[in-house]
Design a protein around this ligand. Structure first.
Ligand code: PEP
Length: 252
């Protein structure tokens, strides 16, 4: 049984004060039967860590570089994040792939460095509208999954995949329940081939792309949808907690 995992990606939003307020509001309302995480901007992570200390809320980061230390001006390493209490880090988010032009080799090195540092990569995969329309969705997803190396990543509890169709992120357009389930099932199948069935059955696969309180229950009811990666709706405690509570109602 996979525990549902709802994570909020705050992107480049909020202030130090509003980050602390939002984190506190979420931390005090987490149900026991779901995992919940937030990924604030780097500069607020330490303040948020203090604000939520002692709670069940998991702290995440939106990115990390692929080296532990050194002359990489402006970058932040996985061990530095670990030092602040971070547990998970996003890799391959579509905004980094498509706006910041991160190539697959860099995404791959980042994911492996994050895992090697003892953190959990939330590895984002997803097709553009053009790729969907030209029937390349599954091929794109497979190659993005292959950025992960089964010889390095061996603990299924320390890997999360987020299926985020690029055309659904921040657009208000959501994948249908069937579209999400079809790709999630394909992701599990591909992981079975890359690792094995037991490993694939344990990895949680989140859906991301305009998930909100109104569509969360039906998306989260799909058999291979194990949670959500939430952008816009994660910036207000009411909408984020409504999604968390939808996941809790579906969980034993
Ligand atoms: C995201 O950026 O990961 C995301 C899912 O954003 P939104 O929920 O705003 O579509």
């Amino acid at each position: 049984m996979r525990t549902k995992f709802i994570a909020g990606n705050w992107k480049m939003n909020l202030t130090k004060t509003s980050s602390i307020e939002l984190a506190r509001a979420i931390a005090k309302a987490i149900p026991n039967n779901v995992d919940v995480g937030i990924a604030p901007p780097f500069v607020y992570i330490d303040a948020v860590a203090s604000a939520i200390s002692g709670s069940k809320l998991l702290l995440g980061a939106q990115d990390a570089y692929c080296e532990p230390s050194g002359a990489f001006t402006g970058d932040i390493s996985p061990p530095m994040l670990k030092d602040l209490g971070v547990k998970f880090v996003l890799t391959g988010h579509s905004e980094r792939r498509h706006i910041l032009h991160e190539p697959p080799e860099l995404v791959s090195r980042k994911a492996l460095a994050i895992y090697t540092a003892g953190l959990t990569p939330i590895h984002c995969v997803g097709e553009t509208l053009e790729e969907r329309d030209s029937h390349q969705t599954l091929e794109v997803i497979r190659s993005q999954l292959e950025e992960l190396k089964p010889t390095t990543i061996t603990d299924p509890n320390r890997l999360v995949i987020a299926y985020e169709p690029v055309w659904a992120i921040g657009t208000g357009r959501t994948a249908t329940d069937q579209q999400a389930q079809e790709v999630h099932h394909f992701i599990r199948d591909t992981m079975t081939k890359m690792w094995n069935r037991d490993f694939a059955d344990r990895v949680r696969i989140q859906y991301g792309g305009s998930m909100k309180p109104e569509n969360a229950t039906s998306l989260l009811s799909q058999p291979d949808v194990d949670g959500g990666l939430i952008g816009g709706a994660a910036l207000k405690s009411e909408s984020f907690l409504a999604i968390v509570n939808a996941a809790a109602r579906l969980s034993p």
